[in-house]
Design a protein around this ligand. Structure first.
Ligand SMILES: Nc1ncnc2c1ncn2[C@@H]1O[C@H](COP(=O)(O)OP(=O)(O)OP(=O)(O)O)[C@@H](O)[C@H]1O
Ligand SMILES: [Mg+2]
Length: 277
């Protein structure tokens, strides 16, 4: 970064909201694109349980949004609703201006635009790593096999496991399997990637290898919604943190602001618990 003899607030890369962003902080909000994922008035019940309450949320192209909150607050349900793995009762969800269709081919196409990485890697156990990555493009995107293979190998390289392509999932570590899951999602050329606690099932020494891949993706401008309690990731890569409790968005702020100065009691209480872990 160039040090300029002008006053810091006049410097071209000074952020108007955060006085001292970390050196590798993502681009400022005004560099983000138009709305890509839009939720308006979304409600969802499981029986008597009101799990999503009047959720309004807009994620812009290139934005990295971290969703954080206590267990049972509705984070996974929110992700699943965005991918239409879960229906909603009222409200609207649109991806790139297209409302989520109910079912059928349109839904399949739209779902292919949303990459999803879960806590459990969900790889096909009886297929090789390479086949796990090529299956979606070949079956859903109708990519030719040779082309899908070439791209899969490039993606596996990109997530650091290019030399594991012929192995079976069980022969890989958890961190490696999760990176395959990321490569598999990327192979579909999604417009947005959803991550639901992608590192919480991993041994500590494998967490960073997965987070590093995610940080790199974020830097490349991928639109990401990430449910995680990894504050290091949020600080490094997120534009915004959304805090959920009891099915509601209680608070949202840039990561530094949220972690250093949470406004709601719920967030203060939650952070004090995860910080003292
Ligand atoms: N299929 C389901 N049927 C009934 N209740 C459900 C179902 N899925 C989730 N719930 C309930 O909905 C609430 C929200 O669950 P959700 O999994 O979205 O929370 P979460 O914030 O992801 O929690 P965690 O941090 O534990 O993953 C919880 O009370 C959960 O028990
Ligand atoms: Mg969850």
């Amino acid at each position: 970064m160039d040090a300029q003899p002008t006053t810091p607030s006049d410097a071209p890369d000074a952020s108007p909201t955060t006085p001292s962003p970390p050196p590798d902080a993502p681009s400022r909000d005004d560099e983000l694109g138009p709305p890509l994922v839009e939720l308006h008035g979304v409600n969802k019940h499981f029986g008597d349980l009101h799990v999503l309450r009047d959720i309004d949320l807009t994620v812009r192209r290139g934005e990295v949004l971290v969703v954080i909150g206590p267990s049972g607050s509705g984070k996974s349900t929110l992700c699943r609703a965005i991918n239409r793995l879960e229906t909603i009762d009222t409200g609207t969800i649109a991806i790139d201006g297209q409302p989520l269709p109910e079912e059928g081919k349109e839904l399949a196409r739209l779902r292919a635009d949303v990459g999803m990485v879960f806590q459990s890697f969900n790889l096909f156990a009886h297929k090789t790593i390479l086949d796990n990555v090529t299956l979606g493009p070949v079956k859903v995107r109708r990519t030719r096999s040779a082309e899908a293979k070439k791209e899969a190998l490039a993606l596996l390289d990109r997530v650091g496991i290019g030399n594991q392509a012929d192995k079976m999932p069980a022969q890989l570590s958890g961190g490696q399997q999760q990176r395959v899951a990321i490569a598999r999602a990327l192979a579909m050329h999604p417009k947005v990637m959803l991550f639901d606690e992608p590192t919480s099932a991993l041994d500590p020494e494998m967490i960073n290898e997965v987070l590093d891949v995610m940080v790199a993706l974020a830097k490349e401008g991928m639109t990401m919604i990430v449910v995680t309690h990894e504050m290091g990731f949020a600080r490094k890569a997120a534009h915004r943190v959304v805090f959920m409790a009891d099915g509601q968005i209680v608070e949202e702020a840039p990561p530094e602001e949220f972690f250093t100065n949470p406004k709601s009691h719920r967030a203060q209480d939650f952070l004090s618990k995860i910080l003292t872990h």
